[in-house]
Design a binder for this molecule. Structure first.
Ligand SMILES: [Zn+2]
Length: 209
């Protein structure tokens, strides 16, 4: 119980700290949210989105899963995406992977992980496509980290292939989608690629409205 009590006490101190600076902080916050960003990140405990970007409550809408995947049958992610893009009208979506990701490492291993196999399978497919190139990289750590990057690049394309994003690009000329990588060893976030309304979706994935 001690560990749980710590969270309750820390929360109380945090809330007091906020109201000492601004007595209306929570009253204003409770009215509405108007975030500029949707963050799709890994569930890894070492990559807390608000902390590493120094954003305040209300600034970022967040979805997290193992290895920051955008799976086109994931109703949880699609609901978050729809709400963020169509209702909150976020201007930016960040798909953030991180080096040394356990989900990516699992996808590169032949070891069966039970139910998790089915989730990690999405990364295995990317691994399979790029395996020849990845095998040319000598260090196993660098191999994992390159697949972390390839995974993020794949996920931003998976977003571009949703009707939600294509409709928003047509009607709102937003959002911009950024594929980023967080380096656990330095705390630094880097942008790999940004795509936006001018992105040419391949014919097979293109919707007509
Ligand atoms: Zn991870």
């Amino acid at each position: 119980m001690e560990k749980i009590n710590r969270l309750i006490l820390e929360n109380k101190a945090w809330a007091q700290g906020k109201t000492e600076i601004d007595p209306q902080y929570f009253a204003n916050m409770a009215n509405d949210q108007n975030p500029d960003y949707l963050w799709i990140g890994c569930a890894d405990s070492r990559v807390p989105p608000s902390e590493i970007t120094n954003t305040d409550p209300g600034e970022m809408f967040v979805h997290r899963n193992i290895a920051n995947l955008v799976v086109h049958t994931d109703m949880n992610l699609l609901s978050v995406l729809s709400y963020a893009v169509e209702h909150l009208k976020v201007r930016h979506i960040i798909v953030c992977g991180h080096y040394n990701c356990g989900g990516v490492k699992a996808a590169m291993s032949p070891k069966s992980l039970g139910m998790l196999n089915n989730w990690v399978r999405n990364i295995k497919d990317i691994y399979s496509v790029h395996k020849k190139d990845l095998d040319l990289i000598k260090s196993p750590v660098d191999q994992v980290n390159r697949l972390v990057e390839l995974n993020v690049l794949e996920q931003i394309r998976n977003l571009a292939h949703t009707s939600i994003i294509q409709k928003a690009w047509l009607d709102l000329k937003q959002p911009y989608i950024h594929g980023m990588i967080y380096d656990l060893t330095t705390g630094i976030l880097k942008n790999l690629e940004t795509i936006g309304p001018e992105y040419k979706v391949d014919e097979a994935h293109r919707y007509e409205f």
